[in-house]
Design a binder for this molecule. Structure first.
Ligand code: SF4
Length: 74
């Protein structure tokens, strides 16, 4: 957590009430923070393995993680 790029970011960027995947939306800003994060691979792996149901983790939305999990179990 100490190395997380989102450590001081606005939590609303990572946990919006609803997700809007259109370009230029808040999740783009969160993704851009995740892209520069040194712990992104570990963060994404944890979120996919635990089935984290909410928020932006490792640069992915909940729907994107569900897709990743489905591909891993196929
Ligand atoms: S990859 Fe994970 S720890 Fe890093 S900024 Fe994104 S949500 Fe935060």
């Amino acid at each position: 957590m100490a190395r997380a790029a989102c450590r001081d970011a606005d939590p609303e960027l990572f946990f919006p009430i609803t997700w809007d995947d259109r370009p230029g939306r808040a999740d783009d800003e969160a993704r851009s923070i995740c892209r520069a994060c040194p712990v992104r691979p570990a963060c994404l792996d944890w979120a996919v393995r635990t089935g984290e149901p909410d928020g932006m983790w490792g640069g992915t939305t909940p729907a994107e993680r569900r897709l990743l999990r489905a591909r891993q179990t196929a």
